[in-house]
Write a protein that binds this ligand. Structure first.
Ligand code: HMG
Ligand code: MG
Length: 302
């Protein structure tokens, strides 16, 4: 066990969390959510994506959100860019970090970004070059590293293969995602071990969806490997339109509660985070997906 003493959480609620919402969420609400998240102490926020509005209508207001929010010094704002067109649009809005995203499964790559894994890497070459030339940090996201909605189980060798491609591409950090939340601790560790063949411990993060209720256990399992960076989504928002039935990421509130309970620092104020989650849940008209938030909110009422 090599538990870290501090963990960095990347809040992906505004992007991963909201991209799947059927009803349009006003840009003003997304902006207010970002403001509340940074007030709660989140230092890295994945704000939006510059993808086709035909594919993901909910992210069509990317420019409005990025230009309308008030940036806080010390906070880094990241956005997804699947191709050069997306990157060029994103550049106008000055993100601190861009994310290129590929899949360990061929079928998911086709469904999500309409190309093969190899083609996606080719598409990313000019994006990564342009971003690095502009001094923008480049993160890679790897989907379906444990299981795929179309292909079933994904072997760690395929994750290692994709991680190698990402490394060659010049990606500075890579996120290892369980897109459909089917992973269990050992399998999730195996996907991370495969990634660590190509990336240092300081350059990897876990991104776990909670469809089968395993995300917190998977987070702990990977934490025990020394991994200290994780994506999480306030109120457990989210899912991916190309992974039907998959629910949101592990709730940020639940991860913070667990970490603080273990004496691990996050720099996040749990009460303010719960307020941010309550705000967005109210806007969406449904209860928070965070067990911790529900417990704390019920206690506050009592
Ligand atoms: P395509 O149709 O193959 O692209 O889509 P194309 O190059 O053939 O262009 C077709 C049309 O799209 C053209 O417009 C382009 O201008 C436009 P038209 O001439 O028909 O009017 N277009 C764009 N518009 C805006 N922004 C762009 C862009 N690129 C082309 N960047 C594409 C390829 C990748 C664009 C498409 O498949 C797409 O947008 N997919 C969305 C993927 C997505 O956002 N998925 C969810 C995020 S990934 C995720 O959630 C997983 C993650 O959380 C980790 C995990 O959990 O696994 C990260
Ligand atoms: Mg995701």
């Amino acid at each position: 066990m090599k538990l870290p003493s501090r963990v960095k959480l990347v809040e992906v609620g505004p992007r991963d969390g909201l991209q799947n919402e059927k009803q349009p969420v006003p840009a003003a609400v997304k902006i207010e959510l970002v403001h509340r998240l940074q007030a709660a102490g989140l230092k890295e926020i994945e704000v939006t994506s510059y993808v086709s509005p035909k594919w993901i209508p909910q992210m069509a207001d990317n420019h409005e959100v990025m230009s309308g929010m008030q940036r806080q010094s010390g906070v880094r704002y990241s956005v997804l860019t699947p191709n050069l067109k997306g990157f060029e649009a994103a550049l106008q809005d000055k993100p601190d970090e861009i994310v290129v995203f590929a899949a360990a499964s061929e079928a998911f790559s086709q469904k999500n970004i309409n190309c093969s894994i190899a083609e996606s890497i080719e598409r990313f070459v000019p994006v990564v070059e342009a971003a690095r030339a502009a001094g923008i940090y480049v993160r890679g996201a790897m989907s379906c590293t444990v299981g795929c909605p179309y292909e079933g189980d994904i072997a760690p060798e395929r994750v290692a293969y994709l991680a190698g491609l990402m490394k060659n591409l010049g990606v500075q950090h890579v996120g290892v995602a369980d897109t459909i939340g089917v992973g269990t601790p050992r399998k999730t560790q195996a996907a991370m071990e495969a990634t660590l063949k190509h990336f240092d411990l300081a350059d990897v993060s876990g991104h776990y969806h909670d469809t089968y209720g395993q995300a917190l256990s998977n987070t702990l399992a990977v934490l025990e490997m020394g991994v200290w960076q994780f994506d999480a989504s306030v109120a457990g928002l989210g899912g991916c339109p190309y992974a039907k039935g998959a629910t949101g990421n592990v709730a940020t509130e639940d991860v913070v509660y667990m970490l603080h309970g273990m004496g691990i620092e996050t720099g996040i104020d749990l009460d303010q985070l719960i307020d941010a989650g309550a705000y967005i849940s109210e806007q969406l008209g449904r209860p928070s997906g965070s067990r911790v938030a529900r417990a704390v909110l019920a206690k506050r009422v009592a």
